[in-house]
Design a protein around this ligand. Structure first.
Ligand code: ZN
Length: 340
């Protein structure tokens, strides 16, 4: 585990790092930045292991003493620093500050992997900065952050900055299948994750959310409630609200597939095929398209600084108000054949 060759996606970054190690052109400081959950920390660990492996081929060989130790998280020259409470404090970098860590192992490399680096206190950041002004031979900092704007510009200017982008759905699917063995639900999670395996894995921990969205859509469709409908549970934060909206997107994407092709094997929510058939009978194609466009717009707006409640309400109103169903759910029970 944790070698650069095993890194899914991020091919350019991988090549860049392997070449740096192989040709001994390693910078003293790297910033790995990009959206949450796309593999920055995993890449940081893989890079650290490659730096500490004496094999010379640019990646961790996996077999030598150094690789075995770093693989166990017990290499004396690999220092993983993460926030202690709300911040990363200077005392966590003591080895850097007083130079003991930097000299005790002679000429070898010393790698500091700093997670959530934007949480460094000013003192901690200054400590790293001072080290970078006259870096001791083998020291390498790998700073990892979702929020480069929260980093002091003085530190950024001394780093080689590598942007990690979101992955493709196939890459996400491969990662979560490997990590979680999720089977059928992996496809759904990958579709909802917006290119982030971390988010996909979080989604897999609860299909409860998806089921609530399906019930909600059926409820809105069947009952045509007056006024603004409320989601069953108010999403606690922007991230949860986006997951909620993505479940709606995938659900109505399935409804559209059902309406246009009738093919069940193309459904992502295959286990709810009967409900999808019911919904496909309740809306016409233009209405479904309209809901999908609104859902995408809502997802985008939630990523910005928007009133979450208002954004969700207008999407739910679209789902409730656009229903063309005249009677109750009994009219569109599965098998009625009215949809294809
Ligand atoms: Zn090795």
């Amino acid at each position: 585990m944790y070698s650069l060759r095993d890194l899914e996606g991020h091919a350019k970054i991988r090549t860049n790092l392997v070449n740096a190690v192989r040709h001994n052109r390693v910078s003293h400081a790297y910033l790995f930045f990009g959206p949450p959950g796309v593999g920055k920390k995993t890449a940081g660990l893989a890079f650290a292991r490659a730096l500490l492996c004496p094999s010379g081929d640019g990646d961790a060989c996996g077999d030598c003493d150094d690789c075995v130790r770093s693989g166990r998280g017990a290499h004396p020259d690999l220092h993983v620093v993460r926030p202690d409470g709300a911040s990363i404090k200077i005392k966590q970098l003591r080895g850097v500050r007083d130079g003991t860590t930097l000299t005790s192992f002679g000429e070898g490399r010393q790698v500091f992997l700093v997670e959530q680096a934007e949480k460094m206190t000013v003192e901690a950041a200054n400590c790293i900065l001072k080290t970078l002004e006259e870096p001791p031979g083998g020291v390498v900092f790998i700073l990892v952050t979702d929020d480069p704007a929260g980093m002091p510009p003085t530190v950024l200017s001394r780093c080689q900055c590598l942007r990690f982008n979101v992955l493709t759905m196939d890459e996400v699917l491969r990662i979560i299948t490997r990590t979680s063995g999720a089977g059928d639900r992996a496809g759904l999670a990958a579709a909802l994750a917006g290119g982030s395996p971390g988010r996909a894995l979080a989604l897999l921990e609860g299909t409860g959310d998806r089921d609530r969205v399906v019930e909600l859509a059926l409820g809105l469709t069947g009952q045509r409630r007056p006024g603004v409908p409320a989601p069953p549970e108010e999403p606690a934060n922007r991230e949860e609200a986006q997951v909620f909206v993505r479940h709606i997107t995938v659900l109505f994407r399935d409804v559209m597939v059902r309406q246009q092709t009738g093919a069940e094997d193309l459904l992502i929510n295959i286990d709810r095929r009967e409900d999808i058939t019911a919904l496909a009978g309740a809306y016409d194609r233009r209405e479904v398209l309209d809901i999908l466009i609104t859902a995408e717009e809502t997802d985008r707006r939630l990523a910005g600084n928007v009133n979450q409640r208002l954004a969700l309400d207008s999407l739910l109103l679209k789902i409730a108000g656009k229903s063309s169903m005249k009677g109750g759910m009994a009219d569109v029970l599965p098998g009625s054949g009215s949809t294809v």
